[in-house]
Write a protein that binds this ligand. Structure first.
Ligand code: ADP
Ligand code: MG
Length: 359
């Protein structure tokens, strides 16, 4: 028998660097997926082939450190499932993906979630989508060694087409919110800036410790509980700006969710742009390319624009009227041309379905 599953990448509409502050995020699944085809073997080998990437073989009894590079994501899932008590046979795993790798669109979660879902199905493990998201997070955190929250994996598992997923990172409750800009004559552009600045590792840790220190100073469990008045009382200038981003960003997510609940997507534009300014000025995780891109999109008539993802490169999301797509994209392209940069890649993704069985 064979089980084939697809799991999507994701983009976060708003709510950046708030997951580890117990905040709220609002991602949706992209129409880009990793497909994983899994069948069992009679020995204890795991053979993985990823189209256009390569092939690797390891034993089911695998430990962190024994498999590296891209195959660590797959070995990590096999290991993580066993950590939960699953007994696994040997496996043949075939992968193919149309998620851009390393662009901040979570090709890694789409990979781990597709593999976890297909093994769960093929081996009748009986894990539910939330458990599979957790298996995938543990694989990425503890086997690959990337400190992510659980947004990417939950989004890849739980998102619904034409909806955003409002995820409360404290309670882990989720709620799907309808989001179909085209129905309101609007378009959401997803734009890859092509910038990939390599400081992300240490900067991420620095932001986390600044936020923890700010919460500590306020005597709070996390910044989720802080008010802007409390933030203003922080003595340390950098901590105060970091905390201001987090507290105002959580508020923006709530406002955007409320606006979309009442069905007027045009009104979220100002919050997207405010989010970008907060990341640029207070959280300091933007970069020149993303700032140029966002400014150009707004000059071209966009209703709102912001960088999305961890920062220092990756993608931006831009909301505009359908009639303004042309002027927005040509303004973005000409600003890139003026800097002599390779033009950005522009998509118009519709919110897609989370992990699902193909065959
Ligand atoms: P992102 O998740 O934003 O795309 P990451 O750095 O977290 O960026 O993950 C990208 C990495 O995930 C790739 O460098 C590669 O190691 C692995 N990966 C993702 N998709 C595949 C795939 N289809 N085949 C092999 N490796 C993949
Ligand atoms: Mg990733």
């Amino acid at each position: 028998m064979t089980s084939t599953w697809a799991a999507p990448g994701r983009v976060n509409l708003i709510g950046e660097h708030v997951d580890y502050n117990d905040g709220l995020v609002l991602p949706f699944a992209l129409p880009f997926v990793t497909r994983a085809r899994v069948s069992t073997r009679s020995d204890d080998a795991v053979r993985v082939v990823s189209e256009d990437v390569g092939g690797v073989e390891f034993a089911t009894a695998i430990s962190p450190g024994e498999v590296e590079d891209w195959a660590a994501y797959v070995a990590g899932v096999v290991w993580s499932l066993q950590q939960r008590g699953a007994t696994l046979p040997g496996l043949d795993i075939a992968l193919s993906s149309n998620v851009p790798l390393g662009a901040g669109l979570s090709s890694s979660a789409s990979l781990t979630c597709s593999v976890a879902s297909a093994i769960n199905d093929e081996c009748s493990l009986g894990l539910d989508p939330r458990e599979l998201a957790d298996v995938s997070r543990v694989a990425e955190n503890d086997f690959v060694g990337v400190p992510t929250g659980t947004m990417d994996q939950l989004a890849s598992m739980l998102c619904e087409s034409e909806h955003l997923l409002l995820l409360d990172c404290r309670s882990m409750e989720t709620r799907s919110i309808p989001f179909a800009p085209a129905a309101a004559n609007m378009t959401l552009l997803l734009i890859d800036s092509h910038a990939r600045h390599s400081l992300v590792g240490s900067e991420y840790g620095d932001r986390r410790s600044d936020c923890e220190a700010a919460a500590d100073d306020l005597g709070l469990e996390s910044l989720r509980d802080a008010t802007l008045e409390q933030v203003a009382s922080l003595q340390d200038d950098r901590q105060r700006r970091r905390a201001h981003h987090v507290v105002s960003e959580i508020d923006r997510v709530q406002r955007v969710a409320a606006i979309l609940d009442s069905g007027t997507p045009a009104d979220i534009g100002a919050y997207l742009t405010a989010s970008h300014e907060s990341m640029r000025d207070d959280f300091e995780i933007s970069c020149e390319e993303l700032d140029v891109l966002v400014d150009a999109a707004l000059d071209g008539g966009a209703l709102g624009a912001r960088m999305t993802g961890g920062g220092f490169g990756g993608c931006a999301v831009v909301l505009c009227r359908a009639d303004d797509v042309e002027s927005v994209t040509s303004r973005v392209e000409s600003s890139y041309d003026a800097h002599g940069w390779q033009r950005p890649t522009i998509w118009t993704p519709q919110p897609a379905q989370g992990a699902h069985r193909l065959s």
